[in-house]
Design a protein around this ligand. Structure first.
Ligand code: AMP
Length: 282
């Protein structure tokens, strides 16, 4: 079974060995409880790099005080087996003390991109993400790092941070992997009851149909209101947001002059589902 590296020193040593053999490196940061969405990132990395490093770290700095840090699903043994099967080269799974030793003080702050969409509902979340991803990138110095479009705002934040801080890595976005009924794979789907799971397809279904209607030129405001109404009627809620936003700035838009996506964050029971759908303009 793939045996996890626990220390930054061991990670650096391994990467040094790869580099000394002239091998390229891809990094896939995760919080574990791995599923086919994570494996899609690994497969993409295999196309472009010789060695792939998957990281598993449930990062306390990106969870709010009332969020699910304590209960977040953790299953390292199963993850190791899956990664062995999928032929990852390295699993880096450090302790909290290794990543945040006593005396740790710094944080990476992102600015406006982090204030959009999930920003107001999860204060400090993207700063926590930016901080841990910056650390992982500087610890491993990969050629490319892979992130899912499922968490599109996260992907944009990481692109911005690496650009602003001149971190020499290419950030790759990978399309969302979905269940057959359209639900985006997510470790948090494990929280859904069987009845909730049956209903959950409605979110991607609405995103897809509303995206289609918007691209046909139907009125955006009315469509967004209609989608929210349908979700509430079907037992979803509260709805943090269901909106059309610019792909680059993530600011809300009311016309299709630039590439845009529909973005949603909606509760189903206690589970917060997020998803997004490209609106086909360009
Ligand atoms: P997580 O473990 O949920 O923090 O996710 C780790 C990485 O996997 C992030 O870059 C996510 O965007 C990506 N990811 C999670 N779910 C999916 C999915 N269904 N399809 C593609 N990528 C995903």
């Amino acid at each position: 079974m793939l045996s996890p590296l626990r220390t930054i020193a061991d990670l650096r040593k391994t990467v040094r060995q790869y580099r000394s053999q002239g091998e390229s490196v891809g990094l896939i940061p995760t919080m574990g409880s791995l599923h086919a969405g994570h494996i899609a990132l690994l497969e993409e990395a295999k196309k472009e790099t010789r060695r792939q490093i998957v990281t598993i770290f449930v990062n306390p700095a990106q969870f709010g005080p009332r969020e699910d840090f304590a209960s977040y699903p953790r299953q390292e043994e199963a993850d190791c087996r899956l990664l062995e099967e999928a032929k990852a080269d390295v699993l880096f799974a450090p302790s909290i003390e290794e990543m945040y030793p006593s005396g740790f003080l710094s944080r990476v702050e992102v600015g406006a991109l982090a204030d959009r969409l999930c920003g107001p509902f999860r204060p400090g979340h993207f700063s926590g993400v930016a901080t841990i991803v910056t650390k992982l990138l500087l610890q491993s110095l990969p050629d490319c790092a892979y992130f899912g479009e499922k968490d599109f705002q996260q992907l944009r934040v990481i692109q911005q941070v690496t650009k602003d801080l001149d971190i020499p890595v290419s950030i790759r976005g990978v399309p969302t992997k979905r269940e057959t009924d359209g639900l985006a794979l997510s470790s948090r789907n494990a929280y859904l009851s069987p009845e909730q799971r049956q209903k959950a397809f409605l979110l991607p279904h609405l995103l897809e149909t509303i995206a289609e209607k918007i691209s046909q030129g139907q009125g955006i405001t009315a469509l967004l209101a209609e989608a929210k109404g349908q979700l509430m009627q079907s037992g979803f809620g509260p709805i943090d947001y269901f909106e059309l936003a610019d792909e680059e700035t993530l600011s809300p838009v009311s016309s299709l002059r630039r590439p845009a996506r529909l973005f949603a964050a909606v509760y189903l029971g206690k589970t917060r589902l997020i998803d997004n759908w490209k609106v086909g303009t360009s």
